[in-house]
Design a protein around this ligand. Structure first.
Ligand code: DC
Length: 225
């Protein structure tokens, strides 16, 4: 088990991004943020004036899309829409909500499924998302489901993004709650732990505490425990 494919699923604000990035760096693996791909589609839809429930227009949009990750390292990869670096443009509250909306559409999920599997072919990667262990990589070598209490998740999101967005803690919590409900209740690939996922609750744990816990699980898996 030299080259592993590791998945980390969980709700917003559970610490997935920071943890996935650091875990990938510790292992010398690539870090793939699949939420960025949904956000990239959402940005393209917003620019093209495509409504999140217009499946035909979304299908046309996806056919012409070229989303790629470039660069690597602890800073993570940058997302490009054709030749444009959209990494920062996809982080607004509007795109967050729109991404949650379009991610419920099978046509969008089907398009991104192939792209994600292609990215995972070489393994040696940590994939972060909502359905990595359940749908995209059901055969992943190690699957984690990272969660934390809702209050703590909202506080973390607020600390991360308030300076940039000007949102209040209440508004961050309300947005998060709405997105979580959308993500958990959609009929296609809803957010839920894979049956064989290792559940980690990050409430009250430091990032390194979570990463060390995951590394211990990975070492145990490698040792065949
Ligand atoms: O992780 P994030 O907040 O950047 O994700 C943006 C949206 O995309 C989120 O509402 C859920 C959706 N998403 C998904 O449905 N499946 C994934 N694998 C990743 C993200």
């Amino acid at each position: 088990m030299d080259a592993l494919l590791i998945t980390i699923d969980g709700p917003a604000g559970a610490g997935k991004t920071t943890v996935s990035r650091r875990l990938a760096a510790r292992l010398g693996y690539r870090y793939i943020d699949t939420g960025a791909l949904y956000r990239g589609v959402a940005l393209a839809a917003s620019r093209a004036g495509v409504a999140p429930d217009d499946d035909r227009a979304l299908a046309d949009l996806c056919r012409g899309l070229r989303l790629t990750f470039r660069g690597s390292g602890e800073g993570g990869q940058r997302l490009f829409l054709r030749e444009e670096d959209v990494t920062d443009l996809i982080r607004t509250p509007e795109i967050s909500l729109l991404a949650s909306g379009i991610s419920a559409r099978p046509v969008v999920r089907g398009f991104l499924l192939e792209l994600q599997r292609e990215l995972g072919r070489a393994k040696r990667a940590v994939f972060e998302g909502r359905d990595m262990g359940t749908v995209v990589f059901p055969g992943a070598d190690v699957k984690f489901y990272l969660d934390a209490e809702p209050g703590e998740r909202a506080r973390r999101r607020f600390t991360e993004s308030a300076a940039a967005t000007g949102q209040s803690l209440e508004s961050v919590a309300a947005d998060m709650d709405r997105r979580d409900r959308q993500d958990r209740s959609r009929p296609v690939a809803p957010l839920k732990p894979a049956p064989d996922a290792i559940r980690v609750d990050s409430t009250g744990l430091s990032i390194d505490g979570v990463v060390d816990c995951m590394l211990a699980h990975i070492a145990a898996r490698r040792a065949g425990v």
